[in-house]
Design a binder for this molecule. Structure first.
Ligand code: FMN
Length: 176
């Protein structure tokens, strides 16, 4: 069982090379994301957009840069692959959408680690992305879906083989 190793060495990687990600690796990431647990089994409320098109990644970067009134803004870190998880906006299930998106994106983050690929979860820029007027068309998602979280993925020169020396852990209350 290699799962615990992937969990232990997982880290956020924010620098990528130009080396393309193979179709097999893309399919592994999609399989990991789409196998995630989904609240109430409502799989139809979650969509994964996988963008391998450099021109579209650049267009989205440009639009976010303008919307955020930033310059030289590179929130995706120039990845080979940009994955966006979107969920149906349902006020009666507030929180479930974010939880679902988190499960999906973490599965893909761990799968990327297992494949030796660098990846980083994205949120701030996705929040800006969600407000872009043409975002549903650009991501090919229905009008009542909202992009909630992203994953930038690529080959990296960073070693992904052991836990970071400065790895932080959560405080735990152990109640017996
Ligand atoms: C919900 C969430 C949102 C995040 N958003 C961003 C982001 O927008 N940009 C970024 O560079 N990293 C983002 N990260 C990565 C965190 O900064 C990173 O996980 C944290 O610093 C711990 O480092 P580690 O992942 O290497 O253990 C996000 C992580 C999570 C879980």
């Amino acid at each position: 069982m290699e799962t615990r190793k992937a969990i232990a060495i997982r880290k956020s990687v924010r620098s990528f090379t130009n080396e393309p990600i193979s179709e097999e690796q893309v399919q592994e990431l999609i399989a990991a994301g789409s196998a995630a647990p989904v609240g109430m089994g409502a799989h139809q409320t979650v969509k994964i957009t996988v963008i391998q098109n450099d021109a579209l990644i650049e267009e989205l970067r440009n639009l976010i840069e303008k919307a955020a009134e930033r310059t030289n803004f590179n929130p995706f870190y120039s990845p080979n692959l940009l994955i966006i998880v979107s969920c149906q906006d349902d006020p009666s299930a507030r929180g479930r959408d974010i939880s679902n998106a988190s499960c999906v994106v973490e599965n893909m983050h761990l799968a990327a680690t297992d494949l030796g690929l660098g990846s980083v979860i994205l949120w701030g820029c996705i929040k800006v992305m969600a407000e872009l007027p043409d975002i549903h068309e650009l991501l090919q998602i229905p009008a009542d879906f909202v992009p909630l979280v992203g994953l930038a993925v690529g080959h990296t020169t960073e070693a992904i083989d052991k836990a970071k020396a400065d790895k932080k852990f959560l405080e735990v209350n152990l109640i017996h």
